[in-house]
Design a protein around this ligand. Structure first.
Ligand SMILES: CC(C)(COP(=O)(O)OP(=O)(O)OC[C@H]1O[C@@H](n2cnc3c(N)ncnc32)[C@H](O)[C@@H]1OP(=O)(O)O)[C@@H](O)C(=O)NCCC(=O)NCCS
Length: 282
């Protein structure tokens, strides 16, 4: 590849059709980039970028500041016609340099693509989370879990910090839209936005994340035994009350809640695919 012909520039509204074209064969035609394209182009707080080779857009990426000091890297795509020419590496290297210049402390991302994993690990990203998905179908007839107030939420942290398996989260929530640091501040934030659920006596807690489909999506889980099982069941009741299909829980691999999940009607949903969250200190 003649690097002199490579240009990285902001995506423009007029790139819409070309971006749709180059993402057509990603994930069997189910790439989400097209549905977020207009929002991403309009979002001045983030950098949605295109890479051009010889005047043609052949790849995209996005850098999005999502918490103090943290920037989320997403939407990396290279056209099938231009793969294995070092383009993704060039784009990522440029994104890292830009994030450093802007003074961010850490870049985080989520990926399920083993090719992308090789790329990210080769530039120094560390794997924070190895996620397995569990699914619990909606069920009728019970009460949804309690949403604690923000002031109460922060006080739940000491219990969560001692919860079995919490260390497997490596300090971040399994949120594929931006993995924030786990801690009392996150609990308060989740409570304020209606995204925290507590089981009996605050002995089990679930942090919700924005879902991709018609489900209630859990990005972290704390607690064990009866309190956790009660909470897991209450989430299935809530899915039913909200007209959602099911509850999806992103749990770190080998998390000790697996038995409680099964006992509460949840199935292990992704035996063969992978989902990881990575971080790079800038
Ligand atoms: C993943 C993707 C962005 C790579 O783009 P690319 O321009 O072909 O990547 P590069 O040529 O810069 O390769 C960079 C590194 O990625 C890894 N890699 C990329 N494609 C690979 C493949 N087919 N097999 C094995 N490793 C691969 C290699 O480590 C490679 O380094 P190397 O060439 O020194 O061995 C591209 O395949 C793509 O758009 N895939 C579909 C969308 C997607 O999954 N994006 C990532 C979501 S986070």
């Amino acid at each position: 590849m003649a690097t002199r012909d490579l240009v990285i520039r902001p995506v423009r509204p007029t790139d819409r059709d070309r971006v749709a074209e180059l993402t057509r064969d990603v994930w069997n035609g189910h790439d989400y980039i097209n549905s977020v394209f207009d929002d991403w182009v309009a979002d001045a707080a983030s950098a949605f970028q295109a890479v051009e080779v010889d005047g043609q857009v052949v790849g995209v990426q996005r850098l999005r500041p999502f918490a103090p000091g943290l920037v989320w890297y997403e939407g990396l795509r290279v056209a099938t016609s231009h793969r294995r020419q070092g383009l993704a590496r060039a784009m990522l290297t440029s994104a890292i340099a830009e994030a450093r210049e802007q003074g961010h402390g850490e870049m985080r991302l989520a990926t399920g693509n083993p090719d992308a994993v090789r790329l990210f690990e080769s530039v120094g990203f560390q794997r924070l989370l190895d996620i397995r998905w569990w699914r619990g179908p909606r069920v009728e007839g019970g009460e949804s879990a309690r949403i604690p107030a923000a002031a109460e939420a922060e006080k739940l942290w000491p219990v969560i910090a001692k919860s079995p398996g919490i260390e497997l989260y490596h300090g971040v929530m399994a949120d594929f839209n931006g993995a924030r640091d786990l801690g009392p501040a996150l609990l308060a934030r989740l409570a304020e936005t209606g995204m925290l659920r507590a089981g009996p006596g605050g002995r089990a807690v679930a942090g919700l994340r924005r879902p991709w489909g018609d489900n209630l999506a859990v990005g972290f889980l704390a607690g064990a035994g009866g309190a956790l099982r009660e909470l897991l069941l209450a989430l299935r009741f809530e899915a039913d009350a909200d007209g959602l299909d099911d509850v999806v829980v992103s749990l770190p691999r080998d998390h000790p809640a697996a038995d409680d999940m099964r006992a509460s009607g949840y199935d292990f949903a992704n035996d063969d695919d992978h989902s990881y969250i990575y971080a790079l200190t800038l």
